[in-house]
Design a protein around this ligand. Sequence first.
Ligand SMILES: Cc1cc2nc3c(=O)[nH]c(=O)nc-3n(C[C@H](O)[C@H](O)[C@H](O)COP(=O)(O)O)c2cc1C
Length: 264
Amino acid sequence: MNNKKNILRYILCCTILISIFIVILSACINGQSNRENAYILLPASDENTNADNNAINISTSTLSYILPDPDTDGDISVENALSTRRSHRSYRNESISKEQLSQLLWAAYGITSSNNFRTAPSAGATYPLEIYAVIGDVTGIEPGLYRYIPKEHKIEQTISGDIRKELGETTFSSTNSKMIIDAPVTITYCAVFERTTGRYGERGRNYVFIELGHSAQNVYLQAEALGLGTCAIGAFSDIDVSALLQLSQNEEPIYLLPVGYISG
Ligand SMILES: Cc1cc2nc3c(=O)[nH]c(=O)nc-3n(C[C@H](O)[C@H](O)[C@H](O)COP(=O)(O)O)c2cc1C
């Protein structure tokens, strides 16, 4: 009888020990693969899977414009644009062309390869940025808010009418407001963080901001090469911009870049 009890106790102990061992082992494997994931910044399988999974609401507006093909062989060298680039805060009251708009958006996030890779690098090709153009004065384009669709190199209207004044009012300084009101277009960066954090956890938030820097610098350099100027604006109310632009719940506004001909 005592022997039987001892055997049962022995089996129970073994079962508990094996279970603990399995739990610890699986936690280690998981931790290891998460760490690996954070450093191997390659596309999951097919490019853009995360971007597609975390899609934002697409407007039902029918007003859209296919943009002219971008020029990939301009007259100004990268070195030249780098050495003259500055933040400019004063813009002339002058329209820019559809070609110039096309070039700016392409530089920001345009497609440059058959597998849909873009002008800016992206952690794991998750492409968390959504780029909008607040258009006030671009020749041949109705004023309004437009979402840039890189795959088709087109813009789709999500709000009609000139909202530059209202966008200007969301910023924290009169200089910022004036830039946005005067500039013919403001490139507006939003992020769908889940596309990147879904793969890399909280570290993915850093990756999104790093990617924003890559893309925004492209806009700075492209503006310079087109004879235009821009100035990064980070000082604005996220809540006010989200409300004005009627952004989806999973989109957050992160940067504003007014672009126009420099005055003075
Ligand atoms: C993250 C970030 C946020 C910025 N926000 C503003 C802003 O709200 N208003 C502004 O006038 N300039 C802003 N700037 C522009 C900086 O003031 C500018 O880059 C700096 O003065 C250096 O000048 P440079 O760009 O001509 O070299 C911002 C720049 C960065 C990188």
